[in-house]
Design a protein around this ligand. Structure first.
Ligand SMILES: NC(=O)c1ccc[n+]([C@@H]2O[C@H](COP(=O)([O-])OP(=O)(O)OC[C@H]3O[C@@H](n4cnc5c(N)ncnc54)[C@H](O)[C@@H]3O)[C@@H](O)[C@H]2O)c1
Length: 334
């Protein structure tokens, strides 16, 4: 049952992202109206939502808070916030936002989960543009804590504050992105790394499997507790500058997507879904990676924790051997 005083949340689209967004708000005690136009996807929702209940060991009764609709207006009726997670097409999102404007109160906050389309463009023709904001969740949205809250030129500060508060209360970790730029912050960082990784493989420096090992067993192993800014300060900016002097000019600077990536796509090598992309995927291997990722992320979700403490304890380095005291060498992380 929804908790008294919890605002209604509308969710548009019950696909990969939408069903997880609906779940996380229901788990935080909100009543949720979920609009999904495709009958087969609507029919698959109970099973997909039940799988999250099972993954988390949550009370299945919380699913009663999610009402699914085949029409937009009843799903968002009375909602304080609407999160749009429809396909990544600008005309479609503009049409949905126009419909939303006539279906909700003028103060209802309208958030788009677009990965790349600026909310400035999505909300361009609306009357009340101050309540349009970007909220970029990460897949799977019920497992990855971060949500980038992107303020466009028209979004009011009050709307950003209210959206961040709502997300915090639902156990997410919102960050304020002050400019509506392509890729926001997270995807710019992620794609900067992918650009170099693809160029290294294309140049024959190493294979794709080695790239994954270097990240997962190297700096990636500590990234969840030591961000790149913290790491730079930890090793010292003088060292960071010395390395940058040697390295930056040597990094890939291909203009546009790398030809190696274009060739893979043209050859139909799209990744796990076609059995080959940057790596080859045999039977069961893709599913093993996917479920391993879900199990890892769900193990980091603390049961009963709704709000993260503002000042989290920082773990910088751990002794390599249990029981061994830290030495200065342990905090060297370059
Ligand atoms: N998949 C990701 O990793 C990811 C991560 C962050 C953000 N996003 C963004 O989230 C949005 C949704 O992505 P997804 O991966 O969930 O896509 P998806 O295709 O899995 O889901 C989209 C859903 O919207 C429904 N839909 C189609 N037309 C609609 C309409 N007119 N009104 C409402 N719903 C409609 C579809 O039937 C489908 O169920 C996109 O903007 C995407 O860029 C995706």
């Amino acid at each position: 049952m929804s908790e008294p005083g919890k605002q209604k949340i509308g969710v548009i689209g019950g696909g990969l992202m939408g069903h997880g967004i609906a779940y996380l708000f229901a788990a935080a005690g909100h009543p949720v109206g979920l609009f999904e136009p495709m009958a087969d996807i609507r029919a698959s929702l109970p099973k997909r939502l039940a799988a999250i209940v099972e993954l988390f060991g949550d009370n299945p009764a919380l699913l009663q808070q999610i009402e699914t609709y085949d029409q937009l207006a009843p799903a968002v009726k009375g909602a304080a916030f609407v999160f749009e997670a429809a396909p990544e097409k600008l005309p479609l999102k503009q049409k949905i936002f126009a419909e939303l404007e006539s279906a909700v109160a003028p103060e209802t906050i309208l958030a788009s989960n677009s990965s790349a389309i600026p909310s400035t463009d999505i909300g361009r023709d609306l009357k009340h543009r101050e309540r349009v904001v970007g909220t970029h969740f990460w897949n799977p949205p019920h497992l990855v804590p971060l949500v980038e809250v992107i303020q466009n030129d028209k979004t009011s500060d009050a709307v950003v504050r209210a959206t961040m508060n709502l997300l915090r209360q639902a156990g997410k970790v919102p960050v304020h992105v002050r400019r509506d730029i392509p890729g926001f912050v997270g995807n710019r960082l992620q794609h900067a790394m992918k650009r170099e990784a693809i160029a290294l493989v294309a140049a024959g420096v190493c294979d794709a499997e080695t790239i994954d090992t270097v990240v997962k067993e190297g700096f990636g192993a500590r990234t969840a507790v030591l961000g790149p800014m913290e790491q730079s300060d930890l090793v010292g900016l003088n060292l960071t500058l010395d390395i940058a002097e040697v390295l930056i000019a040597d990094l890939d600077r291909t203009a546009g997507p790398h030809p190696f990536l274009r060739e893979k796509v043209a050859a139909g090598k799209l990744g796990m879904k076609t059995g080959e992309g940057l790596r080859k995927w045999g039977p069961g291997e893709a599913e093993a990676v996917r479920s391993g990722c879900h199990v890892f992320l769900s193990s980091r979700r603390k049961p009963g924790r709704k709000v993260r403490p503002k000042t989290a304890t920082r773990h910088i380095a751990r002794p390599a051997t249990p029981g061994r005291a830290l030495t200065p060498a342990d905090s060297r992380t370059d």
